[in-house]
Design a protein around this ligand. Structure first.
Ligand code: SLL
Length: 157
């Protein structure tokens, strides 16, 4: 469908990770002994009433090569991956939009680099006694000169 000139729509999004230190009680029998943390990396719109599923085909999370099948592909919300591990590394979060004449969506894929955090920023003053870490960042998906179809999807109530 036609593009709307001089308009751009920003969708506020959050991405990042939560992590907890593994205690003996939280370990599963299958958890490798050298894994010290359980973490979840995620991507989501800030507002719960925004539905991006008509636009997003999948979100991929590219993990460190030490993980089996490091590229994890999530096709519907919640867009997140939970794993256990021992180290921090950079995760590439890639938003893949539907392409196709019928939807009229033709946005470039959007890429985010997230440094997975397992440890508190200041180990002398951990934010949470139990070793929980939350590293959540804000960004905006910007749709420049959206097609009429994309405009409708992003502005409907
Ligand atoms: C480091 N450069 O040395 C980083 C690499 C890799 C993290 C961290 C293990 C995964 C698994 C895992 O936590 N890898 O064994 O399944 O700190």
């Amino acid at each position: 469908s036609k593009r709307i000139k001089f308009i751009s729509i920003s969708v506020p999004v959050l991405y990042g990770n939560h992590a907890i230190r593994l205690t003996p009680e939280k370990r599963k029998p299958t958890t490798p002994t050298d894994h010290t943390h359980e973490w979840t990396v995620f991507f989501k719109p800030v507002l719960n009433n925004i539905d991006l599923t008509p636009l997003i085909k999948k979100v991929t999370f590219k993990l460190h090569e030490t993980y089996e099948n490091p590229v994890r592909s999530i096709e519907k919300p919640p867009y997140q991956v939970t794993e256990t591990g021992w180290g921090e590394f950079e995760i590439i979060i890639k938003i893949h939009f539907h392409s196709g004449a019928e939807l009229g969506v033709n946005e470039k894929n959007f890429q985010i680099f997230h440094g997975l955090r397992l440890h508190p920023f200041n180990p002398q003053h951990p934010t949470k006694e139990n070793g929980e870490v939350h590293s959540v960042l804000y960004d905006e998906l910007v749709f420049q000169e959206p097609t009429e179809r994309v405009f409708e999807i992003l502005t409907r109530k």
